[in-house]
Design a protein around this ligand. Structure first.
Ligand SMILES: C[S@@+](CC[C@H](N)C(=O)[O-])C[C@H]1O[C@@H](n2cnc3c(N)ncnc32)[C@H](O)[C@@H]1O
Length: 128
C-alpha cells in the first residue's frame, strides 16, 4: 500500500497521510515513511520533485501522519523512518511521535564538512 498526496508518483491511493481514508484499511505491521523534511524555495528543484512545504506544515504532517500510522497498524508494528536533519533535528521529530518508540538507527553521512546535513534511517516500534 503506497500512499502519497501527489497523483504523479502513482501511489496505490492518493491521500493526505494525516487523514487516511477508510480504503487504506488497517492491521499493518510495517510502515516505511519518507516524509517531507526540508523547506527549500517554492521554485527549487526539491520543490519541483517532491512538492513545496513550509517548516510548520512539515511538522504538522509528521505529527498527523504518526497518529494515523498508529491508528492503522497492529500492536508492536514497526516503522522505518527516513529523516534528513538539514532543517529539523531528528529528536524534534521523535518528540512529535509519542506513540512510536525509537529502537535503533543508522546515520548516512553526506559530505565531510562541519555542519553537513545528515540522513538517518530509524526503526521505531508502535506503543499502545
Ligand atoms: C521526501 S519525498 C519522498 C519521496 C519518495 N521517497 C520517492 O522516492 O519518491 C516526500 C513525499 O511526501 C509526500 N507528501 C507530502 N505531504 C503529504 C501528505 N500530507 N500526505 C501524503 N503524502 C505527502 C510528497 O508528495 C512526497 O512525495
Amino acid at each position: 500500500m503506497f500512499v502519497d498526496i501527489r497523483a504523479e508518483v502513482n501511489p496505490t491511493i492518493v491521500a493526505d497521510s494525516t487523514k487516511l481514508p477508510e480504503s487504506v484499511g488497517s492491521g499493518y505491521d510495517l510502515v516505511v515513511w519518507d516524509p517531507p523534511h526540508m523547506c527549500c524555495g517554492p521554485k527549487s528543484n526539491m520543490a519541483k520533485s517532491y512538492g513545496y512545504h513550509k517548516t510548520g506544515e512539515i511538522l504538522s504532517i509528521v505529527e498527523g501522519t504518526g497518529r494515523e500510522a498508529h491508528r492503522v497498524t497492529k500492536p508492536n508494528a514497526l516503522m522505518a523512518l527516513k529523516w534528513n536533519d538539514h532543517d529539523i533535528r531528528l529528536q524534534r521529530i521523535f518528540d512529535l511521535l509519542p506513540h512510536w518508540e525509537p529502537l535503533f538507527g543508522h546515520l548516512v553521512k553526506k559530505g565531510g564538512s562541519i555542519g553537513a546535513s545528515h540522513t538517518f534511517w530509524a526503526m521505531l516500534r508502535r506503543l499502545e
